[in-house]
Ligand binder design. Structure first.
Ligand code: SF4
Length: 324
């Protein structure tokens, strides 16, 4: 039987290079061997942006347009929107009854985001409980595999714990999803932190060329390499972290940085050229896709219908074991 893969992204609008190299490249490959469910997690978006929902729908269309642009194929993957599959909310409610509060306070991502995100009020129940909603998302489709990076393994562990707890209380409805670990390139943001829109340090997948130039210019490099001839340390350099992903010949540049044969201006020039080349065909393709709103809405509507069919079957099994 073909294994099922589930993955999701919050609709925060247009995607950045971190999304592509960290997740989407892998999503594209998975379409070849698995039954893939790719979800726009718009309910999750409420956990941090509940006071203003005016952009959520537009953000979903922007994100799905990016997915299709890079090669997610609506004929091979189920592309859908979380809020239109009400079974997610129902399972979230049921699982939240079984979730110990202490366990939620211990989640590493909860602690990390509270520390990092200062411009939003995160003191709400939904934010604390988002791992439960995430578990509901995964378990609802009886997903075999969830593509994650190493920093997200704790999410899967949490999901397995909740699944085990449910199965122990009521009977074995859920299978335990496994992580599909992929070694992805670590993509740093302009300032050297993880690339994220919340940190305002990202480069869009289809960035405007002038903006791209400005962003590459502003990237952090080795602070000890002031003049071209200074000995550099590429390991801590954001520009080099990109070059390493995009240029197979990166070792040569690495060596020359270390021996003071090249300067940061040359690296930034090369990086700008490589990124422009990478983005050009994508930008062309995206223009047509985003212009056809009816097409995008139809892709999502068809996906939602397929998702509802699977989700409803799981909910019926749950009702049975809960004796509702
Ligand atoms: Fe980074 Fe290149 Fe400057 Fe070295 S020369 S610090 S690799 S930008």
């Amino acid at each position: 039987m073909v294994k099922r893969v589930f993955s999701a992204m919050r609709p925060t609008g247009r995607l950045h290079l971190g999304h592509y190299f960290g997740a989407l490249k892998n999503w594209i490959k998975l379409q070849d061997g698995y039954e893939c469910y790719y979800m726009s997690a718009d309910l999750h978006a409420l956990t941090t942006d509940y006071s203003d929902t005016s952009e959520i729908n537009k953000n979903t269309l922007d994100m799905v347009a990016d997915w299709i642009t890079v090669g997610i194929d609506p004929h091979r993957a189920v592309i859908f929107k979380q809020s239109k599959v009400s079974q997610h909310s129902e399972l979230f409610l049921i699982l939240s009854m079984l979730t110990p509060l202490k366990r939620l306070y211990r989640c590493p991502t909860y602690k990390e985001q509270l520390k990092e995100i200062k411009n939003k009020d995160l003191n709400n129940y939904g934010f604390l409980g988002y791992p439960v909603l995430m578990s509901a998302d995964i378990l609802l489709y009886k997903s075999d595999l969830v593509p994650v990076g190493e920093d997200q393994i704790s999410h899967l562990e949490f999901t397995r714990e909740i699944a085990r707890r449910f199965n122990n209380f009521y009977g074995g409805v859920f299978i335990k999803p496994q992580e599909k670990l992929t070694k992805t390139a670590k993509f740093l943001g302009l300032d050297g932190r993880k690339m994220s829109k919340s940190y305002n340090n990202s480069i869009l997948l289809c960035e405007d060329n002038d903006i791209l130039k400005g962003k590459v210019k502003s990237m952090f490099t080795d602070p000890l390499k002031i003049k071209k001839n200074d000995i550099g340390h590429p390991d801590g350099c954001v520009v080099f972290s990109f070059i390493k992903v995009l240029n197979k010949e990166y070792k040569n540049r690495e060596e020359k940085c270390k021996t003071g044969e090249i300067g940061c201006v040359s690296c930034k020039k090369q990086l700008t050229e490589m990124l422009s080349e990478f983005m050009r065909p994508l930008s062309e393709k995206r223009k047509d896709i985003i212009a056809d709103k009816a097409y995008l809405e139809n892709v999502i509507a068809v996906g939602c219908q397929k998702a509802i069919e699977v989700a409803q079957k799981t909910i019926e099994e749950i009702h049975k074991v809960l004796k509702f």
